[in-house]
Every structure is written in structure tokens, then in C-alpha cells.
Design a binder for this molecule. Structure first.
Ligand code: TRP
Length: 440
């Protein structure tokens, strides 16, 4: 059974705060441990350039956010963890999608429209100060998602429109190029995840300047918590949990029992100073082991760089590069030497209708591992010997996901077989697999 692919993009701006942790990092890492999902987490650093244009801060923020996710338990050998700008296939696909994306749809994007409305309100030209990057943001985001055929994309409400657009662009592409090239993604909005209040009681957000950094040192954490806005009730006076930022923060980190006990303390008139001390201890208990890991990681940025590069390299080989090969082929950016001669093309088509091609793996007398691609009785492709079944499997996966690269020396075509025929067979194979993966 094929796994559900869940993909999350993390914009690399700012320093991670408790709101990011409770609202995004913690639930996403928990979700990555669910069986039958294949998780993709990436640092959306191209996206961040649309707003942040201070190179040193962009670099710093990327490092901090990568370190935060790793410190919080993301396992880079179990999930795909990578940096958007390490995958050149993303901007390449962005262009292919740009050419099918309706400009009228982009005109309606909330972020772009808000910027235009603001200009109008201020009597400016509609597009004053608006970059093409802001306008194209949804196309880049669609490429992030469609490249990996993600099924589900957990996002906040503000991002749902972007997922709708990704579906729209993917569908248009599928329609124009006559094939299920892309899975159409679903937005997943989790209403159970708490939005954390900030120091002033409004939603914790960088734009309100009311955040508590996730990895603030203990003394700073304590000081910030002491500054949380409360009412002026004296010690001994009963206090409301309803609408109390302090209480909501506590709840996000405490067990049910602890929360119940805290509510009782409120009704019994706990002093705000004591309540803050309890909140501090509760948050620190969860964060302090993570903070240690974070600090260790931040002291070795080279390791984070290596983890990200490794993730991107593996993902490119396994998915991105083969996908772009297929997509380039689909739109006609093709190898000119492979132009089908009329007779050959006809033959290939007939072949692909006849029987689905299959890969067969076996070990030969020389102890090496081989595979062949067969269609009915015909051998379309014969591999050379591999040292391990895994090596052979990897090669098969690459062939399945891509088109045939006739320059690869590790297999030969079957007798009298033309590479166009193999490509057609592979296309049928991939189409059949896509068809299969759509079944629930
Ligand atoms: N736009 C998203 C945000 O601001 C970040 C993002 C970029 C993203 N590419 C994505 C999210 C792809 C999900 C999928 O939160």
C-alpha cells in the first residue's frame, strides 16, 4: 500500500517562538511518527526572500529554524527534511506551472489583494512597491507541493487559498498535458491545535512583538513570563481562567491533571507572582531538554548544513530529478535525438496497450543481482549485474520514476527494442501506478 504523503513548508523568517512550537512544530513532529505517512518538511527559504531581504538575517533565521525542528525531535533519517533552495527542480517546476497558471487567479490571492487594497487606500498606484515575487508566491508554493505529489498539506487557515491554487494549477497542467501528472493536494486545517496567546494576550506573533522565544535562556524565559499581562486582582482574590493568557499558556504545556489543579488554584486566589512561577516551571520542564539539544546544534552549524544537504541530495535522486525528467518530457522539452520515426511510434503504442510491463529481479550464477523489464514475452531491458539487491532496486526506482536515459551504461535494451518503446512502456507503467495509488 502506498503511503500518504504529508508536506509542510516552514518559512524561514524570525526566531522560533512558543507559538510556533505549540501551533506547528510539536504537532507536526507528532504527526510525522504516524505509520503509513511519508513526511516532507522543508525550509521555505525562497519564500522568505519575498519579505526578508537582509542576507545575514535570512541565513541566521534558516539556521535557527532548522536547529529548532531538529532539537524538537524531527528525525532526518525517517522524514524528508530539506531546504527549498537546495532543490533546483522546485524553481524549474515553478516555471512550468507559471505557464499554465491563470493570472486572474493570482490577482485574487489574499496577500496580493491586501497589498493592492492598501495602496489604493493610501492613494498610491495599485502595484506600488509590490514585487513580482509576492504576486508569484502561490506558484512557487504549488511547485513545492506538486513536485512531490503530496496528498495532504497541514496549514493554517490563511494558507488554504494557496492549496486551492496549487490544485488549480496542477489540474490545469494535467488537463493540458493529458495525463495525471500531479496528485491534487488537500489542505488540512487542524482546529484542535491551540493558538497561543502572547505576552499581551493577543495571538503570539512576531508582528505583534509579543513573543516568547522558544529557546530563550532560563533567566530570560522567567523574566518574559513575569511580564505577561494579567488583571490587577490581589493575592487571595479568586481569578478567572477564562480569557487569561497565563492560564492558556499553562494549558498548552501541562497535563490534564496539572491544568485542573491550576484552575483550582485560580479559584482559590493564587497570587499572580506564584502563578507565573508555576507557569515558568511547567514550560521550562518541557523546553529545557530541547534547549540543550538546540544549543548543541547551534554550536555546530556545519552539521545542520550537512543534514540539510544530505536530505536534499537523497530527495532529488529519489523524487525530484526523475519527476522533472518526466515533466520535461511531458511538455516537450525533449531529447531531439529521440524523435520518434512514424513507424516506431505506432509500434510502441501498440505494445503498451498489449500488456503492462513488469520488472523482474533475480540473482544469477555469478552471484550478482540483475533485473529486466519485460512486457509479455518480450524483454525490453536487461540490466548489468549489481552487487546488492538494493542497488538494483534503486536503479529500478529511478527508471520507474524517470524516462529511459539511454546513456546509462548499466543496462542494455532487449534485442530489436527501440528506446521509444521502452519509454512508452514505462509511461504506461507509471500511469498504472498512479491510477493504483489513487485508490483509498
Ligand atoms: N506559505 C507557507 C506559510 O507561510 C509556507 C510554505 C511555503 C508552505 N511553501 C509551502 C506551506 C508548501 C505548505 C506547503 O506558512
Amino acid at each position: 500500500m502506498s503511503k500518504t504523503r504529508v508536506l509542510t513548508g516552514i518559512t524561514t523568517s524570525g526566531t522560533p517562538h512558543l507559538g510556533n512550537y505549540v501551533g506547528a512544530i510539536r504537532p507536526a513532529i507528532a504527526a510525522s511518527r504516524v505509520a503509513q505517512t511519508e513526511s516532507f518538511y522543508f525550509l521555505a527559504d525562497y519564500h522568505s526572500l519575498i519579505k526578508a531581504q537582509d542576507p545575514a538575517r535570512t541565513q541566521r533565521s534558516t539556521l535557527e529554524i532548522a536547529a529548532a525542528w531538529l532539537a524538537c525531535g524531527l528525525e532526518p533519517d525517517k522524514v524528508w527534511f530539506y531546504r527549498q533552495s537546495d532543490i533546483p527542480e522546485i524553481p524549474e517546476l515553478t516555471w512550468l506551472l507559471t505557464c499554465v497558471a491563470g493570472k486572474g487567479i493570482l490577482n485574487r490571492a489574499h496577500a496580493y489583494k491586501a497589498a493592492v487594497d492598501k495602496n489604493r487606500a493610501e492613494g498610491e498606484d495599485d502595484d506600488a512597491g509590490i514585487s513580482a515575487g509576492l504576486f508569484m508566491y502561490p506558484v512557487l508554493m504549488a511547485a513545492d507541493i506538486l513536485l512531490f505529489n503530496a496528498h495532504r498539506v497541514p496549514v493554517g487557515r490563511d494558507q488554504v487559498q494557496h492549496i486551492e491554487m496549487a490544485r488549480n494549477f496542477g489540474q490545469r497542467f494535467n488537463h493540458i498535458y493529458g495525463h495525471e501528472h500531479f496528485v491534487l493536494p488537500e489542505a488540512v486545517v487542524d482546529d484542535n491545535v491551540a493558538t497561543l496567546p502572547g505576552l499581551d494576550g493577543r495571538k503570539m506573533s512576531k508582528s505583534y512583538d509579543n513573543t516568547i522565544p522558544l529557546f530563550a535562556p532560563r533567566a530570560e524565559l522567567k523574566k518574559l513570563i513575569a511580564g505577561i499581562l494579567t488583571d490587577s486582582r490581589a493575592p487571595g482574590e479568586p481569578k478567572d481562567t477564562e480569557g487569561s493568557a497565563l492560564f492558556q499558556l499553562y494549558q498548552a504545556f501541562a497535563t490534564h491533571e496539572q491544568t485542573a489543579a491550576f484552575a483550582l488554584a485560580f479559584s482559590e486566589g493564587i497570587a499572580w507572582g506564584d502563578a507565573k512561577q508555576r507557569l515558568f516551571e511547567c514550560i521550562d520542564a518541557e523546553v529545557s531538554p530541547l534547549r540543550e539539544k538546540y544549543e548543541a546544534l547551534m554550536a555546530r552549524p556545519g552539521e545542520i548544513e550537512a543534514i540539510l544537504r544530505d536530505g536534499a541530495a537523497r530527495l532529488r535522486a529519489a523524487c525530484a530529478a526523475p519527476a522533472l525528467l518526466r515533466l520535461r518530457e511531458a511538455v516537450g522539452l525533449r531529447d531531439l535525438s529521440q524523435v520518434a520515426v512514424a513507424g516506431d511510434a505506432g509500434k510502441a503504442k501498440k505494445g503498451s496497450d498489449a500488456a503492462l510491463p513488469m520488472f523482474k529481479q533475480y540473482r544469477d550464477a555469478d552471484g550478482k543481482f540483475y533485473f529486466k523489464l519485460v512486457q509479455g514475452e518480450r524483454v525490453l531491458l536487461q540490466s548489468a549485474g549489481f552487487d546488492s539487491p538494493r542497488d538494483a532496486g534503486v536503479r529500478i526506482a529511478a527508471i520507474k520514476h524517470g524516462t529511459l536515459d539511454a546513456d546509462q551504461p548499466d543496462f542494455v535494451l532487449g534485442e530489436g527494442v527501440h528506446s521509444d518503446e521502452v519509454n512508452a512502456a514505462l509511461e504506461a507503467f507509471v500511469a498504472a501506478q498512479l491510477e493504483g495509488s489513487k485508490q483509498p
